[in-house]
Write a protein that binds this ligand. Structure first.
Ligand code: NCD
Ligand code: ZN
Length: 351
């Protein structure tokens, strides 16, 4: 059995559910799941309840995070038409701005052009803008990046037409980056049919041709692998109105290691996608004396082994090629032998 040492992984797309969704996940449980997945730094999304669109809510959420996080966390501010005047104040507390252009969980949405323009005009140039953009919204986002000559990061790209448009934009030298979620690489619409609500997320699972396109671009156009860890309880998923989203922090690295074992991805490219590029694109600090030790051994993903509070993954029962054996964060063992050792308060909150 081979042991591999990786840098601490960075997930730029995690839903931690504080405030308002603590029964799904909280800072202590979400960061435990991160460490169990080899992730030592995460960026938390703003579609909470209330959302992270005002300085007061963001400040209160940061105080809660500071007390509870086991690994390092930065928070996104959310763009919303009613709170657009707060953007400069939000920028002082947030790592990046998130704009939701398409339908998904929660009410946070930007559907009018003046709000979009205000985001690109007033959000500080040195801080990233990330957009949830599907289909034509990808073109809208790239157009704004071109007009305002500032970088835009497109989250969870899932369709052939989207990744091909982004590839074309990059050929033109436009400042666009993107991420792909492992569930869009390892599942397609047949899994959606098999899994029912447990296979429903935004964007929805693609066709086999969409999945093939993402793999074709994994060594070129794709900048980051991001989990889109979006925990909801099983009761919620089996209700009459199931929310979209699936957990991902603990399955992302084992799935990508399977791609390495199958010679679909090199280890150095995995490190680029899950550490180097996220760090560069989002301007994140270095974590000294931090590493992830992985054992390349066949392992079956099991719900009962998860640390996420929601307690389930659509990959339950799937065999993968590796597992996280040990995580060291700033010189201290944070995860070992299936146990999370880092305590709440151990993590650093990014400014
Ligand atoms: C996310 C959630 O539950 O917050 N759901 C999802 O299906 N991905 C929202 C999102 O990232 O779009
Ligand atoms: Zn998301």
């Amino acid at each position: 059995m081979t042991t591999i040492t990786l840098p601490g992984l960075i997930d730029v797309h995690t839903h931690l559910r504080v405030p308002g969704g603590e029964h799904k996940e909280d800072f202590a449980s979400g960061t435990a799941a991160a460490l169990a997945g080899g992730v030592t730094m995460i960026l938390g999304m703003p579609n909470t309840n209330p959302p992270l669109t005002t300085p007061d809510v963001l400040a209160a959420t940061r105080r809660q995070a500071q007390a509870d996080i086991r690994c390092d966390v930065g928070l996104y501010a959310g763009a919303s038409p009613a709170d657009i005047a707060y953007l400069p104040a939000l920028a002082e507390q947030a790592t990046a701005l998130k704009i939701y252009l398409n339908d998904t969980f929660g009410k946070l949405r930007v559907e009018d052009l003046p709000t979009l323009m205000a985001c690109f005009q007033t959000w500080p140039r040195h801080k990233p803008i990330a957009v949830h953009a599907e289909k034509q919204s990808v073109a809208v986002s790239i157009g704004l990046a071109a007009v305002y000559n500032r970088p835009v990061h497109i989250v969870h790209v899932s369709r052939r037409e989207e990744i091909e448009l982004i590839a074309d934009a990059k050929v033109q030298g436009l400042p666009v980056t993107c991420e792909v979620a492992p569930h869009h690489l390892f599942m397609d619409q047949t899994d959606a049919a098999r899994l029912g609500p447990l296979g429903d997320m935004r964007p929805i699972l693609g066709t086999p041709d969409d999945v093939a396109a993402l793999w074709e671009h994994l060594n070129s156009t794709v900048d980051c692998i991001a989990t889109d860890h979006a925990p909801h309880t099983l009761a919620e998923k089996h209700s009459a109105t199931p929310p979209p989203g699936v957990s991902g922090l603990e399955t992302s690295l084992p799935l990508m290691l399977t791609a390495v074992a199958d010679n679909r991805l090199s280890l150095s490219r995995l490190i680029e996608l899950m550490h180097t590029n996220p760090r560069r694109i989002f301007g994140l600090p270095e974590q000294p004396d931090t590493q992830v030790e992985v054992e390349m051994t066949p392992t079956v993903i099991r719900n009962e082994n998860l640390f996420t509070k929601c307690g389930w993954t659509p990959f339950d029962g799937r065999e993968v090629a590796g597992r996280v054996a040990r995580v060291v964060l700033r010189g201290a063992v944070a995860f070992e032998n299936g146990r999370v050792l880092a305590q709440p308060g151990n993590g650093r909150l990014l400014t």
